[in-house]
Ligand binder design. Structure first.
Ligand code: PMT
Length: 312
């Protein structure tokens, strides 16, 4: 059985930097509330489940944070203010384009002692310049806030704090929950303090179900906001039924379903009225287009419609 979400907070302490992050979120939201822009909270990347308090080992998942990081760039392009709540060391907007050795390969080093210089290779300028320009613009406008989590418990505390700040935006707030949140965890009071010893034999680790935060989020924390959740499956046959059942259970407005292997080329939008696909063709992929462009455009159309029909 899943523990109740309130029990989770009662039995898991906030992370050490929680109060700092809460103040940063509060200040950021208050500043942008005055400007009156639309705001999106994007969650991105996977959460870890520690197996020890002094954590040496943990359970993790596949999520790289591509969906969230790419989507953040498109929301910024459409004029949204963005809170990018992501797993530490997962992909981030802008820098994601130069992951691994890509950036190093774009640079030229001219070693001349104290006059050493670094320049961008001429054929890389066209690649680097537009991303750098968009990054600088977002930084100068102060329109993106980066907040990071690692464990499931960090995620719980930060998500609720972010929602508390977003509630005042009413229907102008959009929650875009792309994070792959752990479904199973070891409760704090059942976790050993120190590293599990291999000499003690095979550990018997009992995982429990993580409470779904969508329930309090939709009904209590941000009841006037436009909430978009994601659903990942590996079996095509259950994707739409599971997405629809999430919609029925939590009573929000949109679930975006995706299959693990095809998630960068096809998603299905499941709404209370219908289902429709957003697809990226092979040709579009080869031309450097990204499915998040289409996802974000469609989400914004629905958010706009939602705001029009909302009394808040
Ligand atoms: O990061 P990438 O590699 O680009 O991959 C993107 C993605 C596949 C992770 C993303 O597109 C996606 O599908 N994310 C949701 C994964 C999922 O199936 O989540 P879920 O069924 O466990 O949860 C449903 C929704 O509730 C999600 O929006 C989740 O963020 C949210 N949730 C889940 C559990 C929980 N305790 N609290 C939550 O808020």
């Amino acid at each position: 059985m899943a523990s109740h979400w309130e029990d989770f907070y009662a039995t898991h302490l906030p992370p050490p930097d929680f109060e700092d992050n809460r103040s940063i979120l509060k200040e950021f939201c208050e500043r942008h509330k005055k400007i009156g822009q639309r705001i999106v909270l994007i969650t991105s990347g996977g959460t870890t489940v520690p197996l020890e308090h002094n954590t040496v080992r943990f359970v993790d998942n596949f999520s790289a944070g591509t969906r969230g990081a790419a989507s953040a760039e498109y929301f910024l392009e459409h004029g949204y203010t963005v809170i990018f709540m992501h797993r530490l060391k997962s992909l981030e907007p802008f820098t994601r384009h130069f992951n691994g050795q890509k950036l190093m390969d774009m640079l030229e080093l001219d070693e001349r002692g104290p006059n050493t210089s670094i320049t961008v290779k001429p054929d890389s300028v066209d690649v680097l310049a537009p991303v750098l320009a968009r990054y600088k613009h977002a930084q100068e406008c102060g329109r993106i806030l980066y907040i990071n989590f690692t464990t499931i418990s960090d995620y719980f505390w930060l998500l609720r704090a972010a929602c508390e700040c977003l509630a005042t935006f009413e229907s102008s707030a959009l929650l875009y929950l792309a994070a792959a949140v752990s479904d199973f965890y070891v409760p704090s009071n059942e976790m050993p303090t120190h590293k599990i010893q291999s000499g003690s034999g095979v550990p018997n680790i009992q995982l429990q179900l993580v409470p779904k935060l969508l329930a309090p989020l939709v009904s209590l924390w941000v009841p006037q906001a436009f909430v978009v959740s994601f659903k990942l499956e590996t079996d095509e046959h259950i994707l739409i039924p599971k997405a629809r059942s999430a919609l029925n259970n939590y009573k929000h407005k949109l679930v975006i379903g995706n299959i693990l292997q095809t998630r960068s080329s096809r998603v299905v939008f499941v709404t209370p009225d219908n289902n429709y696909e957003v697809v990226l063709t092979r040709e579009q992929q080869l031309n450097g287009m990204e499915i998040e462009d289409g996802i974000v455009s469609n989400v914004i159309i629905s958010h706009t419609e939602f705001m029009k029909n909302s009394k808040y």
